[in-house]
Design a protein around this ligand. Structure first.
Ligand code: NAD
Ligand code: TYD
Length: 333
């Protein structure tokens, strides 16, 4: 099976490429990635010489480049490529619209023209907005609150339209928050771990009572594999673990794992439009035979250990452009 994985130089895309190469001796992969600030080929340096792996630099919103890459006998497209960070989308939504909406449309159009076997859209639970109690189901209405989630929702709607209108065999997945090795140190967990390793404080937004649901890399890869294997065309699948924590609870766990205390917390002004709570009902996926294997704290410990052992990976990312962005937002770093 020949896969086009877009955004494969990012956090979860690179982990999933490694998972496919390790678990499927027949899998061939073309990784198509623009290499934005979030794309990093170092994430895949262990597989770069694998004869079943090829990297092509390109933008999913560039119709010509996408049509060209599709000529390589692609059978399945998995679209991980996206602008992904909510705070960046608040500072400037344009790139999000260009990639997450226009890019998704461009890929769908190319996939339709090549009559591929399947198109899988990697999306987020954030399209459903915020749920004060209970859980999002696959039928929950889209109520996105940030430019990021609004852009992802736009892309997801387009995927639905290509299934309904043109019969393109599509699947949409809505996952809870990812965490684990190779996550760019702008997202909560790697930002906090690396700040603490640098002897800095961790910036908790507002009162820290916002709730997120978390999935570790290995559980996510198995979930997506299950959906690829047993999911049906035209269907939507939520991916969730029910590991739900307030940001403050999570911060306390990270501090404990690192032998630090609450003196390292700095409360900073809240994110505008900050969603209060995400909680995902993943019963439909569990019916396909998947369940998380790693408990949350075990995953967090593995994550802390990875960042401790891979300082050179994240040190470079935390300099330059990232610091400028961070200072603009909070005035300090
Ligand atoms: P990431 O930000 O680590 O990586 C994104 C990758 O996409 C980078 O390699 C980047 O270079 C590439 N990219 C960006 N724009 C592109 C374009 N126009 N053309 C080609 N490549 C482009 O992302 P991640 O956190 O691994 O998320 C992957 C996917 O999963 C995204 O679609 C995201 O919306 C979704 N998702 C993320 C989370 C999360 O917690 N991070 C949760 C649920 C769903
Ligand atoms: P984030 O990792 O940006 O993911 P998302 O907003 O897509 O869920 O943030 C996770 C939670 O952590 C969210 O409630 C915002 C909060 N947060 C902080 O409190 N401080 C920070 O520095 C960051 C980046 C996030």
């Amino acid at each position: 099976m020949k896969f086009l994985i877009t955004g494969g130089a990012g956090f979860m895309g690179s982990n999933f490429i490694r998972y496919l190469l390790d678990n499927y001796p027949e899998a061939e992969i073309v990784n198509f990635d623009k290499l934005t600030y979030a794309g990093n080929l170092e994430n895949l340096k262990d597989v770069k010489d694998n004869s079943r792996y090829e990297f092509v630099r390109g933008d999913i919103a560039d119709a010509k480049a996408v049509a060209e890459v599709m000529e390589r006998g692609i059978e399945v497209v998995i679209n991980f490529a996206a602008e992904t960070h909510v705070d960046r989308s608040i500072l400037g939504p344009r790139d999000f619209i260009m990639t997450d909406v226009l890019g998704t449309y461009t890929l769908l159009e190319a996939a339709r023209n090549k009559e591929i076997k399947r198109y899988v859209q990697i999306s987020t639970d954030e399209v459903f907005g915020s749920v004060e109690e209970g859980e999002f189901s696959e039928q929950s209405p889209f109520e996105p609150n940030s430019p990021y989630s609004a852009s992802k929702a736009g892309g997801d709607h387009m995927v639905r339209a290509y299934w309904k209108t043109y019969g393109l065999p599509t699947i949409v997945t809505h996952s809870c928050n990812f965490y684990g090795p190779y996550q760019y140190p702008e997202k909560l967990i790697p930002l906090f771990i690396t700040n603490l390793l640098e002897g800095k404080k961790v910036p908790v937004y507002g009162n820290g009572q916002n709730v997120r649901e978390w999935i570790f890399v290995s559980d996510y890869c198995r979930a997506l594999d299950t959906i690829l294997d047993r999911g049906e065309d035209g269907e939507v699948y939520n991916i969730g673990t029910a590991y739900r924590k307030t940001n403050l609870e999570l911060t306390q766990l990270v501090l404990e794992l690192m032998g630090l205390n609450e003196d390292s917390i700095e409360y900073v002004p809240d994110r505008p439009g900050h969603d209060q709570r995400y909680a995902v009902n993943s019963e439909k996926l569990r019916q396909l035979g998947w369940a998380p294997e790693l408990d949350f704290e075990q995953g967090l410990k593995e994550t802390v250990d990875w960042y401790k052992e891979n300082e050179s990976w994240w040190k470079r990312l935390k300099s330059g452009e990232y610091l400028k962005y961070y200072r603009k937002q909070y005035g300090s770093a």
